[in-house]
Write a protein that binds this ligand. Structure first.
Ligand SMILES: Cc1cc2nc3c(=O)[nH]c(=O)nc-3n(C[C@H](O)[C@H](O)[C@H](O)COP(=O)(O)OP(=O)(O)OC[C@H]3O[C@@H](n4cnc5c(N)ncnc54)[C@H](O)[C@@H]3O)c2cc1C
Length: 325
């Protein structure tokens, strides 16, 4: 029976959501092509394998101290051997900084075709087709591979639902393969940005601003709005890069994950790296002058308009409702 392989991504003892999302689409595809769903975890902590077994037919567990911190070269060596021996019809890797470091080299060492940053996958007549986005999410393109029996696909985080657990947990198989140490590339340290006064992950309301704010001088409009709501102010990466807000306020894949009761995105387009950090907020409201901005796809409520006109009106209304001026 053919196999579909998912590479589990984890960091500091936590399995990343993208792993479960890949197991969701992997299970769907395995049903279509009659394949078994496998997940591979390379770790120094074998307890993590138990968290995966309710989601796959088989968990391949390789335990080694060298897997304590991610090293793409070490991963590449092991994955190349596993893929060459087992020949899974499809290998799924997250389109994350980790996956981006690993997958292109793996494609070369296995000789398999690779499609990056995919938001949809399906088999048509036993051939794989993937969907990718263009023009910051405004257009979807369907892409096929020529003359391939096996594929590597990188899956964009937050593109698929996390599936429910299976009735019967999958079997955990311990792998015993030599792991080659790599001397020329090594992990040094994790560095967390310093918290500057407010912790955006703890606030019940987060007002997040994007490039639409344009200049730091315009921040006062947002500060007044935020203060009317007693919220924390966060931002997209360009706002941090432009030093409008400090680094600990960044929401997204390379920033923080926030799950407030209310998230209000102002002048933010909704790039997936940002959405990854706020998609699980209880209520999402977006203000953007572009009605086609991808943020509206995840928003529960949206205002299409110029933030410089909309936000002062909202601030005034909120203050009026609160009985202030
Ligand atoms: C490896 C990697 C990691 C990344 N990590 C992150 C991350 O952690 N977090 C993150 O946010 N990004 C991250 N990014 C960047 C991400 O890809 C986007 O470029 C970024 O999120 C876009 O920010 P934005 O929405 O503020 O800007 P833009 O995409 O430029 O969008 C600005 C939006 O403002 C709207 N606008 C403009 N003027 C107004 C106005 N007057 N009124 C109302 N709306 C207006 C526009 O219509 C537009 O939709 C990462 C990128 C990479 C490659």
């Amino acid at each position: 029976m053919s196999e579909i392989l998912v590479l589990a991504e984890h960091s500091r003892g936590v399995i990343k959501d993208v792993t479960f999302e890949m197991l969701g689409i992997g299970r769907e595809l395995a049903g279509v092509v009659g394949a078994k769903l496998m997940v591979l975890i390379l770790t120094h902590d074998e307890a993590l394998a138990n968290k995966l077994s309710p989601y796959a037919d088989t968990v391949l567990l390789h335990k080694d101290e060298l897997f304590k911190d991610f090293n793409s070269e070490v991963y590449q060596g092991i994955l190349t051997k596993i893929i060459s021996e087992r020949k899974p019809v499809l290998t799924l890797i997250g389109h994350t900084p980790t996956g981006i470091d690993l997958a292109p080299n793996l494609s070369v060492s296995t000789g398999l075709p690779l499609a990056a940053d995919c938001v949809g996958l399906k088999f048509e007549n036993s051939k794989l087709r993937v969907m990718r986005q263009m023009y910051t999410g405004k257009i979807n393109t369907s892409i096929g591979f020529t003359d391939a029996q096996e594929y590597i696909v990188m899956v964009r985080p937050a593109s698929f639902q996390i599936p429910g657990q299976m009735d019967k947990p999958g079997e955990i198989i311990k792998l015993d393969m030599p792991v080659e140490k790599v001397d020329y590339k090594k992990f040094i340290d994790y560095i967390e940005p310093e918290i500057t006064g407010v912790d955006i992950t703890k606030s019940e309301i987060v007002v997040a601003i994007g490039r639409g704010i344009k200049e730091k001088e315009n921040l006062s409009i947002i500060e007044k709005f935020s203060s009317s709501l007693n919220s924390a102010i966060a931002g997209s990466r360009p706002v941090i890069d432009k030093q409008i807000l400090p680094p600990d306020r960044q929401v997204g894949s390379s920033g923080k994950t926030v799950k407030p009761k209310i998230y209000i995105g102002i002048g933010i387009s909704g790039a997936f790296q940002h959405v990854m950090g706020m998609k699980d907020s209880e209520l999402i409201i977006a203000i953007n002058k572009d009605a086609n901005a991808p943020i509206f796809e995840v928003a529960h409520y949206g205002i299409v308009g110029d933030l410089f006109k909309v936000v002062p009106v909202l601030t005034q209304k909120i203050n009026e409702l609160k009985g202030g001026k």
